[in-house]
Design a binder for this molecule. Sequence first.
Ligand code: ADP
Ligand code: MG
Length: 317
Amino acid sequence: MDEFEIIRRYFERDTSDDSVLVGIGDDGALTRAEPGRDLVTVIDTMVAGVHFPHFLDPSDIGYRAVAVNLSDIAAMGATPKWMTLALTLHEAEPVWLQEFAGGLFAAANEHGVVLIGGDTTHGDEAVVTIQITGEVEPGSAMLRSGAVAGDSVYVTGTVGDAAAGLSILQSGAPRNDDIDYLVQRFARPTARVDLGRAIASVASAAIDLSDGLYTDTDKLLSASHVSGIIEVNQIPLSLQLRNTMAPSDALQFALGGGDDYELCFTSAASHETIYEIAEKTGVPVTCIGIVADGAGLTCTEDGATYDYTSAGYRHFR
Ligand code: ADP
Ligand code: MG
């Protein structure tokens, strides 16, 4: 199967999106932005064996590659519009391609994103690069750099699930419903696109959690030139994670495990305001700490210093 045939069979889909003037098939895609909107561009590469295990289902690989990019779009408070796909494969295996495309379009369709082009090449390992462009009202994009002392720190959903799921998957431990849930959280992350857009006007800063709650919150704080405190007993842990391991291990995954693709954001708005917005989008949001002057991220447990070290957990990469 040559490159042209792969594109035609698996990636060309009928779309009727007014913003796409020319999609797949020409030298470049031609899109039309809404007048006066700012554009947000994100890109992420996933290498087989580095960013996901070789045995991950191809449909999950496709879904996840889109979702991690949507998560960056969500963290900017933008609306995703168009995506391109650079695909490197060792061999063009029809079943693999069919399933991969199924997962990819499932994630894209959830958010009305159109695949407008790409590149298909041959290589030793599967490498999937996706680039997404989104739109945002001028001046309303969320940045990492806007947190101010006195703001509250919030996190969406639950954290630690994806890293725990991956670690159990790799250990070959027997599966049960709780573990299946955790593995699913790694394989098919939920990009918080609607929530990101909804909080953009009240959040002072935001970041998505790809590397872990501790590391990514720390990045947000240093970009904002402020310090912060996370109360570890406030960190939202799923029932499935708590069922699966001791509380201290769950907390270790929550703070140090990446791949959750939840959002961490700061805001000066009242908790009621934030929870009301969250409720409208159906995404649980939890206040886990506060922003202060100075630098660095501290963890507390019921107010006492909690010594967090990431040494206990090794990332898949
Ligand atoms: P060129 O040689 O001009 O770079 P290609 O022959 O590589 O173009 O690609 C032909 C068309 O197919 C282009 O519109 C390109 O964007 C699109 N395309 C190539 N690979 C993919 C892919 N994996 N997914 C979606 N579109 C693709
Ligand atoms: Mg060309």
